[in-house]
Design a protein around this ligand. Structure first.
Ligand code: SF4
Ligand code: SF4
Length: 380
């Protein structure tokens, strides 16, 4: 296949109507797109992206490097939808168009390298992430047959593996003995493969993971991207998963009454950042806040002015840290610049990608996962 050719079997004609809405829209959401805000360009606003998708759909443009550079500048954050009267999602057709870009060799180099790592190592970061799992998870918690199974996910293992030990400590303290951690084979749910246009990689990862989850009554994910993938993208393999998967904050929220926070164990004020995939994608806004309210003094839960459905993205989604890492970091800096007060206080999120991005954006500051904050507060 020559560069720019469209491979057979990838089609997004069913999304024609929503692409058309965007392509002919008077740019009602143009102020919202994080990728266009850090790299001002008409092509990067949702309307610009949709115009390119429209031209691809109509065969009016080949999948060139320039086209791929636009397609891969989207974090899948869905923020544009929060300002769209038609509630259009820009990301689904972008994901499909990325399949064309990856297959035609026009995807950015970082994307091709990440997908190479998936095929070599089973994760997009490269290296053996299983080591981090066994360093952090106490042996008695490694229980692949548990009724409630924790799937660690590759981003947690790469960016914030300590959260696994913190979760084990919280479960121990709360006397929840039905939970076990799934050994990390595979380490990746394959969601990042779909994000970056590798459907084959996604199907391979899903086919390896789903049989390992079949006997669990409930599956907990630490990463909202795994949550979204297992719940919304695995239906072709196991339709029961949609009702069995939840984010760890939803699970722990049921045990609020058992939590006894220790005064002074965490900063008095914690600023919550809504992960796009936990909030806008999966609708989980309240449970993380309830958990945080439990461990800070009254009034100590701080909010960004832009929060909930209108929360700004941290730059970690849609594979942007692989395709355009500098721009991903610039988005994270923008997010922190929108903190209340003169400088960002300790920031808490509930996603390893967010933690990674916010830490990188503010190396002198504190950015941690909610499970880590909980462990510090109640496991003294
Ligand atoms: S997402 Fe909605 S508001 Fe934004 S360009 Fe598309 S149609 Fe217009
Ligand atoms: S999903 Fe997010 S990054 Fe992508 S076009 Fe919409 S606002 Fe921009």
């Amino acid at each position: 296949m020559k560069s720019g050719d469209v491979p057979e079997g990838v089609d997004f004609a069913d999304l024609e109507r929503q692409i058309a809405y965007c392509a002919y829209c008077p740019k009602m959401c143009r102020f919202a797109c994080p990728t266009a805000l850090v790299r001002p360009s008409e092509a990067l606003h949702p309307t610009g992206k949709a115009t390119i998708l429209w031209r691809l759909l109509k065969g009016a443009t080949p999948v060139s490097r320039d086209v791929a550079e636009v397609l891969y500048r989207c974090t899948g954050c869905m923020l544009s939808r929060s300002f769209c009267d038609h509630e259009i999602q820009v990301y689904p057709p972008i994901e499909r168009a990325r399949m064309l870009a990856l297959a035609s060799g026009t995807a950015p180099n970082g994307v091709q390298e990440a997908m190479g790592s998936v095929h070599t190592w089973g994760n997009p970061f490269g290296g053996n992430l299983a080591e981090a799992f066994y360093q952090e998870v106490p042996p008695r918690w490694v229980q692949p047959e548990a009724q409630v199974l924790v799937f660690a996910g590759c981003a947690t293992l790469e960016a914030d593996p300590g959260v696994l030990a913190h979760l084990a400590a919280v479960l121990e303290l709360l006397r929840i003995d039905t939970v076990g951690f799934l050994p990390p084979d595979p380490t990746c749910c394959g969601g990042i493969c779909l994000d970056l246009g590798d459907e084959e990689g996604f199907r391979k990862a899903a086919s390896a993971l789903v049989p390992r989850l079949s006997s669990a009554k409930r599956i907990l994910t630490l990463c909202p991207h795994c949550y979204y993938t297992l719940k919304a993208r695995y239906g072709w393999l196991d339709s029961s998963l949609a009702n069995r998967v939840e984010h760890v904050t939803e699970f722990l929220w049921r045990f609020l009454d058992r939590m006894q926070p220790v005064e002074g164990a965490v900063p008095e004020a914690l600023l919550y950042h809504d992960p796009c995939y936990l909030g806008r994608h999966m609708g989980v806004f309240d449970q993380p806040r309830a958990l945080l309210r439990k461990i800070v003094p009254q009034g100590g839960l701080l909010e960004f002015p832009r929060r909930g459905h209108r929360a700004e993205c941290c730059g970690g989604g849609g594979g942007l840290p692989f395709s355009f890492p500098e721009e991903a970091r610039a988005i994270a800096k923008r997010r922190l610049a929108g903190s209340p007060g003169p400088s960002p206080p300790a920031v808490v999120s509930a996603c390893p990608w967010c933690t990674m991005m916010l830490r990188e954006a503010h190396p002198q500051g504190v950015a941690m996962d909610l499970v880590t904050a909980l462990a510090r507060s109640i496991c003294q």
